[in-house]
Design a protein around this ligand. Sequence first.
Ligand SMILES: Cc1cc2nc3c(=O)[nH]c(=O)nc-3n(C[C@H](O)[C@H](O)[C@H](O)COP(=O)(O)OP(=O)(O)OC[C@H]3O[C@@H](n4cnc5c(N)ncnc54)[C@H](O)[C@@H]3O)c2cc1C
Length: 401
Amino acid sequence: MDDNQPTAAVLGGSVSGLAAATGLLRIEEFDRVTVYERQEYDDKRVDCGEAINDTTLIPLPKTPENGFVNDIDGFQIRVYDGTDRPLDAPPLAKSNVCCESGYICERPVVERRWAAELEARGVEFRTGRSVSPTDYADIVNSYDYVVDASGQPSLTLKANGNASEYTGDMVALNATVEGDFSAYRNRPRIFFEGYVGYAWAFPKSDGHANVGIGWAGDRRPADYFAALETAAERNAFPVPDRADVNIATIPRGPSLGPDRVCDPEAKVFLVGDAAGIANRYQGEGICQGIRSAYLLTELIADGNESAYPRKLYELMRSEYRLARLMRGAWVEHEDIDLLAAVTEALEGLTIDDVTRRPATVMRRVAGRPATALELISDAGMIRRVYESYTDSWEYTSRGGP
Ligand SMILES: Cc1cc2nc3c(=O)[nH]c(=O)nc-3n(C[C@H](O)[C@H](O)[C@H](O)COP(=O)(O)OP(=O)(O)OC[C@H]3O[C@@H](n4cnc5c(N)ncnc54)[C@H](O)[C@@H]3O)c2cc1C
C-alpha cells in the first residue's frame, strides 16, 4: 500500500453505500475501499416497495438472477373517494405515468449481487456487525474519506448526538404477498384514498407482489397494521400476515441543512437516507440515494468534494420544489376531487417528470385552467409557490411538510 494513496470507508452497504463504493472504485488512485454493513447479504432485510425507477444507475445486467424481476411500463395512479367506500366503487380518476428503465425488484438480491460484483473487483466488505459510535470515531480517524450511507438516523448524527434532527415525516409499512397480479403486472398500482399518503401493490411476478401503505404528516391511524389490512381489502390485494410486515420511517430532508451533509475537516460525507434526501412527497429514495453517492464520488475524483453540499442541493432542488408543491396540492386543499383532477392531468408523463420537473407538471396543470385556478386560489398554496421559487422553505424553521 502506498501511503499517499487515499483510503475510504463506506458505512452501510445498501443501495447508497454500494453506489458510493462503485464510484470510489472508478477513482484510480484509491488504494482501499471498505464497506461496513451490519447485516449479512444472504439474509439482508430491506424496508421498501422495491420499485427502482431508473435501473440504469445500477451497474448490473437487468436479469432476474440479479433481482430485476419485473420490467414495468410505469405506474397506474388511482384516486378514490376516501377509505369508506363500497368495495366495487370505481376510482374518481386514473392516470398512467411511465418509466422506461423501471423494475420492481427483489431488492435484497440486487444488493447481494451488486456487493458480490464489487467484492470481486477488490472492495473489502465487513458484514454482520453494527458499527458503534466508538467504532465510528476509530473509522473516521483511520480512513482518509468516510461516506456515511447508514440510512436514518445516520451514524454520523448518532455519534454527534444529533439523531433527533430527523423528522421521520413519513411512515410506511410493506410486505410481500402471494396472489394473482397478472391483470396489472406491468403497471403497478398506487392508490390515493383521501389521506396524505397512499397504498400500493407492486407486482414482482404474476403471482407475488410487494404491497404497502404510507402516511405523511401528523394525521396517522391509531393502528398501522389494521390500516394496511383494510387498505388491502379495499384495493383487492391479499392481506399480508402481520409477522411479514415491515414498518419504517422515511426521513424528511429539510431538517438537514447543507452543513449537516458533510464534515469537510473529517472528510465525512452523508449520502442517501443518511442525508435525508428521499422524496418528501412520495417517499422514493433509491435513485436519489444512488445519485447522491455518484455525485459525491465524482466530486472526490475532481478534488472538489467541499462543493458536495451545494451540488447536492442543486441536484435535488427541483425535486424538493415539486414535492413541496405536490404535497401542498393535497394538504392545503384536502379536496379529493381536486387531487383527482391534478392526477388526470399527469396522464402519460414520466416518473422523472412528476418527480423532478416542476415546469412540466405545472404546464400540464395549466392546460386545465379550472383546476389550475382552484389550486392556486389558496393562501397556503401561494405561500408554497413563493417559498419554493425563492428556496426559502429549505433549511429554515419555516419549512413544514
Ligand atoms: C416501506 C417503504 C417503502 C419504500 N419504497 C420505496 C420504493 O418502492 N422505491 C424507492 O425508491 N424507495 C422506497 N423507499 C425508500 C427507500 O427504501 C430508501 O430511501 C432507501 O432504502 C435509502 O437507501 P440507503 O442506502 O440510503 O439507506 P438504507 O436502505 O437505510 O441502508 C442503510 C444500510 O446501512 C446499514 N447500517 C445501518 N446502521 C449501521 C451500522 N451501525 N453499522 C453498519 N451498517 C449499518 C443498514 O443495515 C442498511 O443496509 C421506501 C421506504 C419505506 C420505508
